[in-house]
Ligand binder design. Structure first.
Ligand code: BV8
Ligand code: ZN
Length: 242
């Protein structure tokens, strides 16, 4: 396919592909992006709600937001972009570094996923070490821990550090890949947005898939302004040498 001409040989010869994904890859599964027009929830700005201050200011409001999103996510299905990545695992060493908390990569069959910003289907206590998967609905919000303190979604809020082990692994994977494919992310949020720099510093070929240009589009070896559900299956075909 013409559009891949300058990277197709790199793709065919590649051994290890690292994906960096964001909310855009789940957009075609009906999950609103953070900064897109449909990103707001009621009159609230997600950037203000996804913070520890907002949570302790009004735990019920933040919980209502997460419960709304969790219900939408549980009824959403992975899309062709997710499935293409999962299928690439059969052809190459593939790791997915995702900023998403929706679990759709795992549900589409990807087995090597690092959730940089946590998961909406996991909860943890604000005080003790309790954490668990959320399997059913809560009677009341905010849910309480057996230790008496309130529980919170096991996600990384703005101003919070990413889980150390996960971030360390993510940097190592980004620094040791042949190809990095950055799909569905505005690359606004740090430190996730530094991963393409690690890859580039270590000689990787960078491919971006996003209908809009990002601040790193000019640093990419190939920046395709199109959707992930459209383009990722095409990259899969190149890998299959079709
Ligand atoms: C940290 C989990 C340090 C929660 C999220 C100034 C003030 C305060 C803080 C900062 C500041 N400047 C920088 C910071 C740091 C801050 C940050 O980066 N802020 C930004 C906004 C400037 N970062 C942090 O706070 C991080 N922590 O730095 O800690 C530290 C160190 C030690 C000790 C203590 C602290 C934590 C960041 C994690 C925040 N949590 N999510 C939840 O989800 O509820 S981030 C949130 O944004 C989501 O994870 C989301 O994925 C992520 C990034 O956004 P994107 O995924 O890129 O989504 P976005 O909507 O932006 O873009 C979608 C893209 O898809 C668009 O480009 C669109 O064109 C494209 N698209 C649309 N449709 C499609 C498509 N692409 C392909 N196909 C399509 N069909
Ligand atoms: Zn507890």
């Amino acid at each position: 396919m013409k559009m891949f001409d300058n990277v197709s040989q790199k793709l065919i010869n590649s051994k290890k592909i690292v994906f960096v994904t964001g909310a855009g890859i789940s957009q075609e599964s009906g999950i609103p992006t953070f900064r897109g027009k449909d990103g707001h929830w009621r009159k609230h700005d997600p950037m203000k709600l996804a913070t520890i201050d907002a949570f302790f200011d009004d735990p019920s409001l933040v919980w209502e937001w997460y419960e709304d999103r969790r219900k939408n996510i549980l009824s959403a299905k992975p899309n062709d972009g997710h499935f293409a990545i999962a299928n690439m695992e059969k052809l190459r060493d593939v790791i997915v570094l995702t900023q998403n908390i929706d679990g759709l990569h795992q549900r589409s069959g990807s087995t090597n996923v690092l959730e940089l910003h946590g998961s909406i289907i996991r909860i943890k206590c604000t005080h003790c070490s309790f954490s668990d998967n959320i399997t059913d609905n809560f009677e009341s919000l905010p849910p309480k821990c057996t230790c008496g303190n309130i529980l919170r979604p096991d996600v990384v809020w703005f101003g919070e550090a990413l889980p150390q082990d996960i971030w360390k692994n993510a940097m190592e994977e980004a620094s040791s890949c042949d190809i990095m494919i950055i799909a569905g992310t505005s690359l606004v949020v740090s430190p996730a947005n530094t991963l393409p720099i690690y890859a580039k510093q270590n000689g990787a070929t960078l491919i971006e898939v996003n209908p809009e240009k990002t601040m790193m589009s000019n640093d990419m070896d190939l920046s395709i302004q199109d959707t992930s559900a459209n383009i990722l299956p095409k990259i899969l075909s190149v890998l299959k040498n079709e």
